[in-house]
Design a protein around this ligand. Structure first.
Ligand code: GDP
Ligand code: GDP
Length: 439
């Protein structure tokens, strides 16, 4: 499981700048809380070979008594609770402030692994100016510049080194194929996750069995259905009560992200009575980014009339257009309608994500595609595509080798993707195409 880093500090010290640098994106997953100017933001971070989830928090004033600051402080406490390690950001230029002391006191009492970082330290004579931060009682302060990237890599390495090493038997959903389909059901609270899972587990064709040594407190349910082995990976926001599942109050974005990470196939559950919300779209975006196979299920189809149905279908098209490759099912978990076809799509998505594509066949397909429609000329040279091989599974990656492939336009990449998808019957999985130029 990816470790979780929370960025904490008072407003304006540069947390979001640091967040953007760590995630390489401005599109954060946002936990929606009405009326907040700054929410918690969640993103996938990667520095060198190290991957992690990073949470950006708003401004933190732990002693705030009322209003927006109190709400922000609550948000920050939750982010800290969800994290494995805290990066406490102070402003090297502004120097130490009273708020910094309050935050430090809070973090010290908590006892969570904490790294103190002084941002905006570019071009500063570190030794001298940073001495004052020792007062915070959090040990050495690490100078960084989020805006310029200095010190960020070693900051992440230092932070992650504060954590115990991951267990040896950590799962590797990217490579391992032990025949078990790891399945996660993701979705906002109340969309019907526990109803769906209980409907599944109540099916006659489904045989639940206990598997020894499954992880910690995680909800992991192995079962067999029509000769296929599945494992429900800890689905966020659910608790097991005997043989049934029930929703727990708090929705945890981190747990959702980790469940997605561990799964082969994610069922993204939506609520037809609510339509497609921002948070649905955020979760969908994360699934796409993680490269997982995905099946969309619009639940509570029994509870909407024909007018609402039409609206919901239009929303799906508009707001989830980036998941066009994912099959969509209109279901009712409560009435157990549409569940059979959903299983078919899950199996199909898994098979697609794990598809083996032999080099000769890929190369032949590539050559046929180029003959059908040559890549457009960009700049001085026309791209030459010579051969293709598979660069990975879950998601499948196709690597195309040739010359002058630096500027292959997006439309042409999509044209190739369509042909590969069709030829290998890839449904429900993202497909990545990479170009590699020889010279
Ligand atoms: P946040 O409120 O803690 O999220 O802070 P922001 O990321 O919004 O940054 C606050 C201000 O500090 C912005 O004007 C940033 O451009 C600036 N800033 C952030 N990082 C750096 C840095 O490394 N060096 C300098 N000089 N300014 C920075
Ligand atoms: P979770 O928070 O995502 O696990 O959602 P639950 O499974 O607890 O369901 C939330 C509410 O939606 C409950 O009142 C369910 O009875 C209801 N619900 C779940 N599935 C359906 C469905 O297919 N149709 C209708 N009409 N209601 C449903």
């Amino acid at each position: 499981m990816k470790p979780v880093i929370a960025l904490v500090g008072r407003p304006n010290v540069g947390k979001s700048t640091l967040f953007n640098r760590l995630t390489g994106t401005r599109d954060a997953i946002v936990a929606d809380f009405a009326g907040l100017t700054r929410d918690r933001h969640y993103g996938n971070g990667r520095v060198g070979a190290r991957e992690f989830i990073v949470i950006d928090t708003g401004g933190f004033e732990p002693t705030a008594e009322s209003g927006i600051y109190r709400e922000m402080a609550k948000q920050t406490r939750q982010a800290v609770a969800e994290s494995d390690v805290v990066i406490f950001v102070v402003d090297a230029r502004a120097g130490l402030s009273a708020q910094d002391h309050d935050i430090a006191n809070y973090l010290r009492r908590l006892g969570k692994p904490t790294l103190l970082v002084a941002n905006k330290a570019e071009g500063m004579q570190q030794g001298l100016q940073l001495v004052e931060f020792f007062e915070l009682g959090l040990g050495e302060v690490l100078p960084v510049s989020s805006a310029h990237g200095q010190g960020v890599r070693s900051m992440v390495e230092t932070a992650l080194d504060l954590l115990p090493p991951p267990p040896e038997d950590a799962e590797d959903p990217d490579g391992a194929d032990d025949g078990v389909i790891r399945l996660a059901v993701a979705g906002r609270p109340n969309v019907g996750k526990s109803t769906l899972i209980n409907a599944w587990l109540g099916e006659e064709r489904l045989v639940a069995f206990d598997m020894p040594g499954t992880t910690r407190d995680a909800i992991t349910v192995p079962f067999e259905r029509e000769g296929r082995r599945f494992e429900l990976v800890d689905t966020a926001g659910l608790r097991r009560k005997g043989r049934v599942f029930e929703a727990i109050e708090k929705f945890s974005v981190v747990k959702t992200l980790q469940a997605i990470e561990r799964a082969h196939v994610v069922v993204l559950l939506l609520d037809a009575t609510q339509g497609v919300t921002d948070q649905d779209a955020h979760i969908a975006g994360y699934i796409l980014e993680s490269g997982r196979a995905v099946v969309l299920a619009m639940n509570k189809w029994d509870a909407v009339d024909s007018y609402q149905r039409e609206q919901v279908e239009r929303q799906m098209e508009n707001r989830l257009s980036f998941l066009k490759f994912a099959p969509l099912h209109l279901i009712s978990a409560k009435k157990r309608q549409g569940l059979g076809p959903l299983w078919k799509s899950i199996a199909q998505a898994h098979a697609s994500a794990m598809r083996k594509m032999p080099t000769p066949q890929l190369t032949r397909l590539l050559q046929e595609s180029v003959a059908f429609q040559a890549p457009p000329k960009t700049g001085m040279y026309r791209s030459k595509m010579r051969y293709a091989h598979q660069g990975g599974m879950n998601p499948p990656v196709i690597v195309i080798h040739g010359n002058s492939l630096e500027q292959v336009p997006e439309v042409y990449r999509r044209f190739l993707e369509g042909r590969f998808r069709k030829a290998f019957n890839l449904i429900g999985t993202p497909l990545r195409i990479e170009f590699r130029t020889a010279s």
